[in-house]
Design a protein around this ligand. Sequence first.
Ligand code: ATP
Ligand code: MG
Length: 623
Amino acid sequence: MSNQEAYEKMYRRSIDDREAFWDEQAQLIHWHKPYDRVLDYDDPPFAKWFPGGLTNICYNAVDRHVAERGDQTAIIWVSTEVDKREHMSYRELYRQVNEMASLLLELGIGQGDRVLIYLPMMPEAIVAMLACVRIGAIHSVVFGGFAALALASRIDDASPKLVITADGGMRGGKIAPYKPLLSEGLAAVTVEKPAVLVLNRGLDTPPCPIEGEIDFASAIARHAGKEVPPVWVDSTHPSYILYTSGTTGRPKGVQRDTGGHMVAMRQSMKHIYGVEPGEVMFAGSDIGWVVGHSYIVYAPLLTGATTILYEGLPIRPDPGIWWSLVAEYGVNCLFTSPTAIRLLKKTGAEWITRHDLSSLRTMFLAGEPLDKETHRWVTEALRIPVVDNYWQTETGWPILTNFAGLGLMELKFGSPTKPSFGYDTVLLDETGAELGANTKGSLMVRPPLPPGCMSTIWGDDARFVKTYFSSAKEMLYATFDYAIFDDDGYYFIMGRNDDVINVAGHRLGTREVEEALCTHPAVAEAAAVGIQDQLKGQEIVAFVVLMTNAVPPTPEELKNVVARQIGGIAKPKFLHIVPGLPKTRSGKVIRRAILAIAEGRDPGDLPTIEDAKMLDVIRNAVK
Ligand code: ATP
Ligand code: MG
């Protein structure tokens, strides 16, 4: 059977014989008590996976491995910020998680209570996540780059009983004052104030006492050697809340269950990422994002693999840092974002090729459209398959992907390949009619969503139904992304629905224009938006970032590249060469902010922006 046939067979089964398929996958994890049913879908669109089953994530991610692989490294922590490296075995992880769980119990945290984790990329962050799920508490990790108000709104939404933070963190060699930011955030909180546990790393942050704060080091000392039995919770019990990136507006608190989440993680590691127990996974993301939750923490540990936790920037001390870690630790699978690769592309392939990367089998990229040129460039530099995978905080694991574990199908540059198991994908046009091959439309998923996907929006079932399931005649899950598939069933994401540009009746995905611009050898990155035009409906304005040592082309030359590749209709009216683009902290171009500025409007509140100076860059360009 070819890889293609093996995939088709499994995929069809995951849709046509859904329950049997997931029943089989569920055997990859330990159940304390078997589930009553595989799926309860009596109340659409709420899918309850494996109800009645009792299990525990921490037991599956830690305890289960101690007997078999207690001495194996679970976590390799590398910090280029505080210049430290640490290996933590599964046995040591078990010890630390138990002590932390014991401390949580002492602080009065119980099943269903929320714990907000606002920590830098340090092993204690993973320990805290696991300690929460061990006792049935629900964690909500907030990305360390968020400032006071973003933090306050998440505290208000999740109303945690406890916040775990550090005195500070480091980012690019500069101090990030975690505790002072939390202190400021707490002042703006409207719900009952949570208790605060502080990990003092001895960083040079301004002194800032918080009333009633608990010092972690002295508190945990009282729990040395303590063991806490895992609390067996129902499969449908919430394990965590994680807010979406906020690229398009108010973040949504994605609630994830316990059993379905684990089954999804474990089988995705096996089939998609192709990582076996004992192997090494490196996801160059942050635990504050879904990629970090899924592929730094849960999937590798549930698999009994070794995970690399990296604190620092991908280009510091130099752009070769990640590749030196791949060589040193024998990384088998690397996961990062197109943005990180485009940054490397700007600096040159020699940073990659000078290292011995023989352990690396596959690289995965997600988070933003991966343009064909970057896909080709990095594939040639690495000489291994590079897999684009498309998913969302909401789903927790890929909607569209190729399958390294199953045996890769042909890879097409620019395409995240095909639907993942359990995702019954559909494309709709503006009237809601279902589309066939080669026509652009909104990407939807026919529910029930597979295991691992969000169970609801935290505390707001109505918003969940309204936001995701109310845009089509039939009840379908909306991804809010614009896509197309070719005659071979390969998907291409064209951008977000909201960003679609309508020029004289032609609907263009932002991706199409950006993709064309990126084929020019001098172009590192591009962003396109459609500004209002009385005559044509919309006009295209493009912003281009050049390669570091490129001979600058003229705007006209770049506009013509687009005209040649897509047609005159897509030729940008204005094209600006800029030093950088406004992005979220997770590396996504904030097109709505660029559009607002290009139309002379105020971009509004952007709590997730990486560097607000980039807004001025756009302002100056369009002046
Ligand atoms: P918010 O929903 O709060 O506006 P967000 O959509 O950026 O923020 P995430 O869940 O982090 O939050 O990102 C998911 C989105 O990222 C997808 O819906 C899609 O637009 C984009 N995306 C992710 N992976 C890919 C990919 N491989 N190709 C193209 N786009 C991708
Ligand atoms: Mg989104």
